[in-house]
Design a protein around this ligand. Structure first.
Ligand SMILES: NC(=O)c1ccc[n+]([C@@H]2O[C@H](COP(=O)([O-])OP(=O)(O)OC[C@H]3O[C@@H](n4cnc5c(N)ncnc54)[C@H](OP(=O)(O)O)[C@@H]3O)[C@@H](O)[C@H]2O)c1
Length: 213
């Protein structure tokens, strides 16, 4: 596989890039800071300069890929404006680039709560509204999409065991390792196409959980 990951220096993204490279696949990470190139190279991935909030040509960055993964995010310190330009706008730019270049497969790291942004208070409101709107755009894109809505991300070691459910409204932690492993598996399991699911630490092996969706 040839996979382009937006937010290529992100914590989940780099875990996914390592899995892809170790599996003999091509991983291209979109980054915006030159000093991050060596971190991706060390994983066996390629770094491609592409700021999803700037005027960079996203289409040329994704051309030829088998799949794109949106794993970028403005981050917890950012304000409501960057939730719109990054978490929503960046996801839409990646959709447009995929469609323009004939890349059919699109995975997005969304979030629990994105199904009901009105239920959030404080800074979570604009964040979940942006995630919700990005997910709707992905669902309506015509692409072969998978929307992964993880619970609270942790840096605990992955277990390979998860709960994946299309019922919305759950809560709980999930290691970034297992989110990356789930994305890696979903890229290879067509049953995940057209699915939106929440993801938590659980008891079921990842592949089994995805095939049961
Ligand atoms: N924290 C949680 O509990 C939680 C729960 C559910 C879902 N999520 C979602 O999961 C996502 C991935 O998590 P993570 O921990 O891997 O995130 P992360 O480490 O913060 O990575 C986000 C990446 O997005 C990049 N980015 C920001 N603005 C960009 C732009 N304009 N163009 C291109 N790339 C840009 C950042 O690059 P720079 O280094 O250049 O800033 C960074 O590499 C989060 O963004 C969040 O939406 C989080």
């Amino acid at each position: 596989m040839d996979v382009v990951i937006a937010g290529g220096h992100g914590q989940i993204a780099m875990r996914l890039e390592r899995l892809l490279a170790d599996g003999g696949h091509r991983a291209r990470g979109l980054i915006r800071k030159p000093e991050q190139v060596s971190d991706l190279t060390a994983l066996g991935a390629e770094a491609v300069a592409c700021d999803l909030e700037g005027s960079d040509d996203v289409a040329s960055a994704v051309a030829g890929a088998d799949a794109v993964v949106f794993a970028a995010g403005a981050g917890p310190g950012s304000g409501a404006e960057r939730k719109r330009t990054m978490d929503y706008g960046g996801a839409v730019k990646l959709i447009e680039a995929a469609r323009a270049t004939g890349v059919h497969r699109y995975l997005i790291v969304s979030s629990i709560g994105a199904h009901d942004p009105g239920g959030a208070s404080g800074p979570m409101g604009p964040y979940l509204q942006a995630k919700h709107d990005a997910d709707v755009a992905v669902e309506q894109s015509g692409l072969d999409y998978t929307i992964v809505r993880p619970g609270s991300l942790t840096d605990d070691p992955g277990t390979g065991l998860v709960t994946a459910t299309t019922s919305m409204g759950g809560r709980g932690p999930v290691p970034r390792d297992d989110v990356a492993a789930t994305l890696f598996a979903a890229l290879q399991i067509d049953n995940t196409i057209g699915k939106t699911f929440e993801l938590f630490a659980g008891e079921t092996p990842i592949e089994e959980a995805l095939r049961a969706l």
